[in-house]
Design a protein around this ligand. Structure first.
Ligand SMILES: NC(=O)C1=CN([C@@H]2O[C@H](COP(=O)(O)OP(=O)(O)OC[C@H]3O[C@@H](n4cnc5c(N)ncnc54)[C@H](O)[C@@H]3O)[C@@H](O)[C@H]2O)C=CC1
Ligand SMILES: O=C(O)C(=O)CO
Length: 386
């Protein structure tokens, strides 16, 4: 028998039982559920990462829907249990859903929600922060200062890289990759080279128009190039940021061989998923190339770092906080709750998952639709006319 697990209950007499595996920021998501006849149970266990057994205990014998986290393993075991408990809806509180076996969800007719649109700029801003922190050696310099080692200005002290006029490389120019590219181009007048399976037409148009604006104002224009291969980006760019989804095609995309073709003084940033980089190979590369710098938000074996990484001065490391702004995290909670609520209520699927403002507006009721269901087509769910 599954062991008991601690929970906090909202609206105990609600008709639909919804479980959230974690407490989430804000209160609007709670109100949205309880106002619409849901009994909400929020797991209050102290441990950060819940096991499949923990979540089985939370699902119990009757459960209509679950809001879960990217640290959880949502596959055959959990989806079959949710189905047996009468459930039909699951939502990750995340845009990435590499922790979810969507085929298993399809098999049991469970809708899988995610939360795009609300975290694009926040995540891109963190990638830009890591780029700057690595380029200008902010963390090393901060540690030096706090250690009381500063004894006066010196010509060689913490010399780093100038971004202006250099080339920014983006691998995976989707929502976040394109937002990051715009920040680096507009903010630091960098030229762009990108690699994606699809053409980033809007991004290309932006760079062309901005380049034209600069030229008309007597400044050197910025340029863009769509690379034929990822290797072209690695060879040419001074700062490279990784923003693809994690799947079989992107696992260890950056490995010993690809690191070897990058410039010796390049900066590599990863705010996508840890396994996109072979982290052990990266540690060796950082050791051998002290002028090569990285900014990492995600790690191959989270919450752990590969041995040796923490000791490298040329690495800036933060704990998967790229989407951690208050507005974004509250928005993610709202969207995840509305995905689950919408499916339980039989609402159709919002036609454009990137147009999320109507769901986030505190002053008007949320549309009667599920904001983003990744397997809507496979389950034959209807699309909203709104
Ligand atoms: N560190 C963090 O806190 C966060 C991480 N993420 C991660 O960022 C990822 C991207 O998010 P979005 O930009 O919203 O997704 P998106 O779907 O808009 O963009 C992903 C892009 O990757 C491209 N891609 C797929 N396979 C590729 C390959 N083999 N080579 C090159 N490009 C490839 C796609 O064509 C697409 O343009 C998410 O899947 C998630 O894993 C997202 C939000 C926060
Ligand atoms: O949304 C995601 O995919 C994250 O990694 C956390 O925001």
């Amino acid at each position: 028998m599954a062991k008991p697990i601690s929970i906090e209950v909202w609206n105990p007499s609600g008709k639909y039982r919804v479980v959230s595996t974690k407490s989430m920021p804000g209160t609007r998501w709670i109100r949205l559920l309880t106002d619409q006849d849901c009994r909400l149970e929020i797991c209050t266990e102290k441990k950060t990462i819940l096991s499949v057994e923990d979540i089985l205990a939370l699902i119990g014998n009757r459960c209509d829907g679950v809001i879960g986290q990217l640290t959880e393993d949502w596959g055959e075991v959990l989806f079959s249990a949710l189905k047996r408990a009468g459930g039909s809806a699951f939502s990750n509180m995340a845009v990435g859903y590499n922790n979810v076996d969507v085929n298993a969800a399809n098999k049991y007719g469970i809708a899988v929600g995610n939360t795009p649109g609300v975290l694009t700029e926040t995540t891109a801003e963190l990638a830009a922060s890591l780029s700057l922190a690595a380029a200008r050696r902010i963390v090393e310099a901060d540690q030096f200062m706090r250690a009381g080692l500063y004894d006066g200005w010196l010509p060689h002290l913490f010399v780093g890289n100038l971004l202006k006029g250099q080339t920014v490389g983006v691998i995976g120019a989707g929502r976040i990759g394109s937002a990051y590219a715009r920040m680096m181009i507009e903010g630091f007048k960098m030229n762009l080279i990108y690699y994606d399976l699809y053409q980033a037409t809007r991004l290309e148009k932006f760079v062309t128009a901005y380049g034209q604006f600069l030229k008309e104002n007597g400044e050197p224009p910025v340029t863009w190039k769509r690379a034929a291969s990822m290797e072209d980006v690695l060879r040419e760019a001074d700062v490279i940021s990784l923003h693809p989804v994690l799947d079989k095609t992107t696992y260890h995309l950056i490995n010993k061989e690809s690191l070897a073709i990058m410039k010796k003084e390049a900066i590599l940033v990863n705010a996508s998923r840890g396994p996109v980089i072979d982290e052990a190979a990266l540690v060796e590369h950082l050791k051998a190339n002290p002028m090569f710098r990285v900014g990492l938000d995600v790690f191959e074996d989270e919450p752990f770092m590969k041995p040796g990484l923490a000791e490298q001065k040329n690495a800036v490391v933060v704990p998967h906080i790229a989407s951690a702004s208050k507005w974004t995290r509250e928005g993610m909670a709202t969207l995840a709750a509305l995905n689950v609520l919408g499916k339980i209520k039989g609402y159709p699927i919002w036609s454009d998952p990137n147009r999320v403002e109507p769901f986030l507006d505190e002053n008007s009721p949320a549309p009667a639709a599920c904001p983003s269901i990744v397997n809507a087509k496979q389950l034959g769910l209807p699309s909203s006319k709104l």
